[in-house]
Design a protein around this ligand. Structure first.
Ligand code: NDP
Length: 344
C-alpha cells in the first residue's frame, strides 16, 4: 500500500485506472479509439498527480457527449497540406485522438525538415497538453503546443472575458532523462483549479479574477460567473492573444469567443483547434556546436540554485505511482462506477 494514502482514497494499478475510464466512456457510446485515447490521457494525468485533468474529468465528459455536434465515432485522418504542414480534422470528436494520429507524420516531417506543424481542427478539448509534447520530445524533438478555450479571461486592464485560458506547453528532449516539460494556462489560475477551490470552500489568490461587474474578487463562484485574469498582467494578456491567433485564425479554427458561441450553453468541453509545432534541435546545432551540452548546462544552473525544473514533480509522482499504485479519491471512484451502466 502506498504511504500517506488517506481513508478517503483507494489505490489502483495503471491497468485498473485505464479499464475504469475506458469502461465508462464506452458504456456511454464512445467509439473504441476515442475511448482509448481519452482513457490513456486521463490515466496519465491521475498517475502524475495532475488531478485537475485526471479521472475527475470523466463525469464531465457526459456534458461533452451531449453536445449535438459531438461525434462519438470520429475517425480522424491526418493529411500533409505541405511537407511541413500537417492537418488533422478531429471531426467533432475529442481532440486527443486526432493529435495522437497526427504525431507520426509530424515527427517524421520535423526530423527531415527541421520544423513542422500539426493543426488539429474541430476537436472537443479538455485534457492537459503535456502528454503530447512529452511524447514528441521522447523522439529527440522540441515541441510547442497551444489552444484557445472559451472567452472566460478578461484582458489586462479590461473588465470582461475576451480571451481563453489558452494553455501553452513546451518540451525539450534530454539525453538519458525524461524531457524538460512545462504546461500551464495563460490565465492566473486554470478554470478547473478555480472550480476545485469553490468545491473546497477556499478563496482565490488576489489577481485571479473579476466579478460580473468587473471588480477584483477572490470568491471562486463570483469569478466563475464574472471573468478570470491572465497571469503577469499585460505580458500574460499578450501571450494569451498570441495563442488565440496561432491556434485560431492561423489554423482556420475558432477563437475562444467563437468556441463559447458554438457551445450554445451545453457546457461541453470547448470545441476548437490546437497548434502543435515540432523542432529538430540537431539541424542547426550541427553547424554551431553542441547544443545538447549547452541545454544541460542551463538546466544544471537552474537546479544548482535549489530551483526545480517544471516536469520534475510530475516525474517523481509517476515513479511513485509505478512503485505503489495510483491514488484515486474513493468518492470519485464510486461516482464513476455508479455512472457506468453495465454493458450488455
Ligand atoms: P500551473 O500553474 O499549476 O503550472 C503547471 C506547470 O508549472 C507544470 O509544468 C509544473 O511542473 C510547473 N511548475 C509548477 N510549480 C513549479 C515550480 N515551483 N517550479 C518549477 N516549475 C513549476 O498550471 P495551470 O494550473 O495553469 O494548468 C494546469 C493544467 O491545465 C495544464 O496541464 C494545462 O494543459 C491544463 N489546461 C488545459 C486546458 C485545455 O484547454 N485543455 C486549458 C487550461 C489549462 P510539474 O507538473 O512538474 O509540477
Amino acid at each position: 500500500m502506498a504511504s500517506g494514502v488517506s481513508p478517503e482514497e483507494i489505490v489502483l494499478s495503471e491497468g485498473e485506472v485505464l479499464a475504469l475510464a475506458r469502461a465508462f466512456l464506452m458504456a456511454h457510446g464512445l467509439g473504441e479509439a476515442q475511448a482509448d485515447a481519452m482513457a490513456r490521457t486521463l490515466c496519465a494525468a491521475q498517475r502524475d498527480g495532475c488531478t485537475s485533468h485526471g479521472l475527475q474529468r470523466l463525469p464531465g465528459t457526459l456534458d461533452t457527449l451531449a453536445h449535438p455536434a459531438f461525434n462519438r465515432h470520429a475517425d480522424p485522418r491526418p493529411e500533409a497540406v505541405t511537407p511541413a504542414v500537417i492537418r488533422v480534422d478531429a471531426d467533432y470528436g475529442f481532440s486527443i485522438l486526432a493529435a495522437e494520429r497526427g504525431l507520426p507524420l509530424l515527427i517524421d516531417s520535423a526530423r527531415t525538415l527541421g520544423v513542422a506543424l500539426l493543426a488539429v481542427n474541430n476537436g472537443f478539448h479538455s485534457t492537459a497538453l503535456w502528454p503530447v509534447v512529452e511524447e514528441i520530445a521522447t523522439h529527440g524533438l522540441a515541441a510547442l503546443s497551444m489552444n484557445p478555450t472559451h472567452d472566460w479571461v478578461a484582458p489586462a486592464g479590461g473588465t470582461r472575458g475576451a480571451l481563453g485560458t489558452n494553455p501553452i506547453a513546451f518540451a525539450w528532449p534530454r539525453p538519458g532523462r525524461p524531457p524538460y516539460v512545462f504546461d500551464f494556462a495563460t490565465s492566473a489560475g486554470a478554470r478547473a483549479e478555480i472550480a476545485q477551490r469553490r468545491q473546497r470552500g477556499e478563496t482565490l489568490p488576489p489577481g485571479w479574477g473579476l466579478d460580473a461587474q468587473g471588480r477584483p474578487s477572490t470568491d471562486p463562484a463570483a469569478v466563475l460567473a464574472g471573468s478570470m485574469l491572465p497571469f503577469g498582467g499585460h505580458k500574460g494578456s499578450a501571450l494569451a492573444t498570441m495563442v488565440e491567433l496561432l491556434a485560431g485564425p492561423f489554423i482556420g479554427d475558432r477563437t475562444s469567443r467563437q468556441s463559447a458561441a458554438f457551445d450554445g450553453g451545453v457546457k461541453a468541453a470547448p470545441c476548437h483547434g490546437e497548434l502543435i509545432v515540432a523542432f529538430n534541435p540537431a539541424i542547426l546545432a550541427a553547424a554551431t556546436g553542441d547544443s545538447e551540452a549547452a541545454a544541460e548546462d542551463l538546466f544544471a544552473r537552474i537546479t544548482a540554485q535549489g530551483a526545480r525544473l517544471p516536469g520534475d514533480r510530475r516525474y517523481a509522482a509517476r515513479a511513485a505511482a509505478r512503485r505503489t499504485g495510483i491514488r484515486v479519491p474513493k468518492a470519485l471512484y464510486e461516482r464513476i462506477r455508479s455512472l457506468t451502466p453495465p454493458q450488455t
